[in-house]
Unconditional design. Sequence first.
Length: 393
Amino acid sequence: MGLPEKDDNLFQRIIRNPHIEASNPRERECTEMLCAVLRNTTELRLYLLRWMADLVGMHDVHLQNMTFLIETEGSIGAKRDDLRIEGWRETDEERKRVLLWTIEVKVGASFHVSSPLDAVQGDDEDMGLVNQIVNYDHWLEHQVVPNRAGFVLALEDMSQSLPPNLNCHWNCMSWSKLGLKVLDALRSGKLSSEDEFLAKHLLGFIVDHLWRVSEMTEFELNFDDVALMRAFSVVGRDSEDKINRLVESLVPLVEKSEVGEGAVSHQKSLYKGMKRSIVNRNLFAQGNLVYPTLMAGCTLTHMIICLETAPTNEIKPIVASVVQSLLPTFKERDSGWQANGNQEWRDLELSKPLEALLSVDDQVAEFEGFFTSALEDLREVGVFKKLQERLIS
């Protein structure tokens, strides 16, 4: 993955070197490292927060439409949590906090005990001490936020050490599994150069100092894994070729649709990189700006057609605004059209499960029919004309 050398690692220089005699880096500095990465990335932050949301059952929360406040050492009465993540939604009428996560960070230490949050000053310090997570849980329970959760990030899964009868949802993560998610994000090919730089330094530090082989037991091979590998070696290449041939048939469709400008290229990476086989074409070219790209083809599970703009592109807010204004018209033609926010690559998309091809006699006709209809929607709604009016003036 091209991770930096240990002595060149940004976080190694800041965290590890001043305490070279210590067996582990310090928890506070590791917390600040994670906080800095989350505050200074876009695609990586959303990728990691989506993973965390799924861990606590928040599968439907729309993170891409939130503004995040990420801080360390937040006040909880007389106590402080290590890392706090707040998600806010802003409209013309109000600014509302809709997500609140508190994260306890551990690098070798166990949970400690202290006086309860509601303890009266002067109480006997030896009476009524509680696990620190009990205090955080009590505070979290009384916050008026729809999406609340607590996390413990440690060298190993500390689920068995959590106190019983907690009132809020808590999940225990490990630094190793966090590192694997950073690795997944790097392999996706969707990170900006700035995000990729910080991701590689974060992953490098985790691998050098916070990795634990004991956390990798769930990744050991089992019978199903071996069976899948054998099956893939037999039919995998053939299935990829079939998908690529189907997608190749879209080249003349896109060319004839008069959607976009210039050549239509074919990206074949179904089982690697972007995990898709798609044809793409620039909508229009003007100067040095990179404008939205039309994509049409297949992921591992769906047929999909979409407009894509990098979240870091300076025109992203304009594209998102145009798409959102036209979304009702798109939905009148096909309710499956959906628009995404400023932090997603896909501005506008329509998809259909590949399983739909299994129930028809003429798969090619069904496949091409889906994209022909979608291209007609794009042309008739006039999204390209609106984008040109806003972006080229």
